[in-house]
Design a protein around this ligand. Structure first.
Ligand code: ADP
Length: 502
């Protein structure tokens, strides 16, 4: 059994870097940050016990520079690297280079990353292990188009062309009939080649109005594997998750047990170690199909942590140091309900275009059963270079109703001035009657266009704005007869400078 690490480098930024550091520090392990030029004053660099510059501005010049990161890890004496999610987290070469350098990679083995990084290979592996997969076709890229057309007819329309190396919804094309097939194949292959340097694509039956339900899995080097129950991630925009929750209202105990078994089978089929996620699509008849394995800690892992009262990062660290995982299937008993909202600097009224600027006010809510994993503080700059996610709001309740009420309460009190955010949009989704009914599927946002209509200003926001204006007026010596008057005269609504409300 390995010695516990004394120092760990976090090869990431933003909320996930901060979140990993918090656990490291609680375990009395020194946390080492690396940062790009624009992140010189970023929160993750100041939370760390040591911080080293990577140089560079873009991700490719900084957080994707595995060579630089390994050099820093060696120089500062870090015994392990936590990759967070995104960036190098599912890069099998980087995981292998860490291993070769004698530095523990806090994540799955390079072999498991490789086996799951290729969606075609992953589906074949899962099928062999007896896990149901979405029907489809895959074959050599020089297969004659007539033959592919025949295969497509067998699969049936509508179908999806997907990239073998895909991720983040890239290289995916919906094909409604055979006339669209060839163009879609070419477009998807081009997009995949550009995004992943790998233009291989395959066909998959398009499941109508599915739910996206995934299972957290965990394994160690002592032959243990377990699932940590499900997360429903059906609220998506352009194949990207926005709101996640656990448990899913769609799973009966029987279906949950079946899917959980399939997830553990999947983990065992590839000898999976550390934290991972097995994604499934579930149709309206309760059929479930394997989609892919995400070989990393997921963005939405906190909802699982809240209902199981486990720290998944701690478990990852223990396992990477050679210890057995700190739970077993029998000891895992979820309690209550948890919902996560991704708070992003983007403008829902303008096609969710990223919003950049300086955070003039940043006050996340505080209250019972509320967790905010944040990557920024007041004064932070939100730039174009990285993901626009500022923070994640996670709320726990004894049941779903309580979690929904708590989430709405917290969203109303989440103050962000300086950039436009999706907070009001999230409020509208969570408050929607269909959401309350649990009537969720991956087309939820498209099917409810009313979510895009901006309602009249909410009283909470008016109050926040009023407080800001009266303070501002006081600071600048302007006479004001109370907040309401301030709003009427020179309210933020008439201001056209760089800040906006929520
Ligand atoms: P990526 O790795 O690019 O995120 P995934 O395979 O995980 O792609 O799929 C992302 C999302 O795309 C799913 O959550 C789902 O909404 C949709 N999707 C993927 N495959 C299918 C399918 N066969 N039928 C219907 N929707 C799908």
């Amino acid at each position: 059994m390995g010695e516990m690490f004394k120092k760990v480098l976090i090869a990431n930024r933003g909320e996930i870097a901060v979140r990993v550091m918090q656990t490291l520090q609680q375990m009395n392990i020194r946390a080492v940050a690396v940062y790009s030029q624009p992140d010189r004053t970023a929160l993750h660099a100041s939370v760390a016990d040591e911080a080293y510059p990577l140089g560079g501005v873009t991700a490719a010049e900084s957080y994707l520079r595995g060579d630089r990161i390994l050099e820093i890890a060696r120089a500062c004496g870090a015994q392990a690297i936590h990759p967070g999610y995104g960036f190098l987290s599912e890069n099998e070469d980087f995981a292998q280079e860490c291993r070769d350098a004698g530095i523990a990679f806090i994540g799955p083995k390079p072999e498991a990353i490789r086996a799951m990084g290729d969606k075609v290979l992953a589906k074949q592996t899962m099928q062999k292990a007896g896990v149901p997969v979405v029907p489809g076709w895959s074959g050599a890229m020089d297969t004659p188009i007539d033959q592919i057309r025949a295969e497509a007819n067998r699969v049936g329309y509508p179908l999806l062309v997907k990239a073998a190396a895909g991720g983040g919804g890239k290289g995916m094309r919906l094909v409604k009939d055979e006339y669209e097939l060839q163009a879609a194949l070419e477009a998807a292959a081009r997009e995949a080649q550009a995004a992943f340097g790998d233009g291989r694509v395959f066909l998959e039956k398009y499941i109508a109005r599915p739910r996206h339900i995934e299972f957290q899995i965990f394994g160690d080097d002592h032959g243990h594997a377990a699932h940590l129950f499900e997360r429903e991630c059906s609220i998506q925009r352009r194949y990207q998750k926005i709101i996640e929750e656990t448990p899913s209202v769609a799973l009966t105990p029987d279906l949950r047990a079946k899917m959980g078994d399939a997830a553990v089978k999947a983990a065992k089929a590839i000898g999976y170690t550390s934290a991972g996620t097995v994604e499934f699509l579930v149709d309206d008849k309760g059929n479930f199909y394997f989609l892919e394995v995400n070989a990393r800690l997921q963005v939405e892992h906190p909802v699982t942590e809240m209902t199981l009262q486990q720290d998944l990062v701690r478990a990852q660290i223990l396992v990477a140091a050679g210890q057995p995982m700190p739970f077993s299937q029998e000891t895992l008993r979820p309690i209550g309900h948890a919902i996560e909202c991704r708070i992003c600097a983007e403008d829902p009224a303008n096609s969710f275009f990223p919003s950049i600027g300086t955070l003039r006010r940043y006050r996340p809510p505080v209250g019972p059963n509320i967790r905010v994993d944040t990557g920024v503080i007041e004064g932070s700059t939100v730039s174009v270079h990285y993901d626009p996610m500022l923070a994640k709001l996670i709320v726990w309740g004894r049941d779903r109703r309580e979690a929904i009420d708590g989430t709405l309460w917290a969203l109303r009190r989440f103050v962000v001035l300086g950039v436009t955010t999706n907070i009001e949009f999230l409020q509208r989704v969570i408050a929607h009657p269909a959401f309350a009914r649990g009537d969720l599927h991956t087309h939820f946002l498209n099917d409810h266009p009313d979510l895009n209509e901006k309602p009249a200003e909410s009283p909470d926001l008016a109050l926040i704005a009023a407080a800001w204006v009266s303070r501002h007026a006081a600071n600048t010596g302007a006479a004001t007869n109370g907040a309401a008057a301030a709003i009427d005269r020179a309210g933020p609504w008439s201001t056209t400078t760089s800040w906006r409300v929520g």
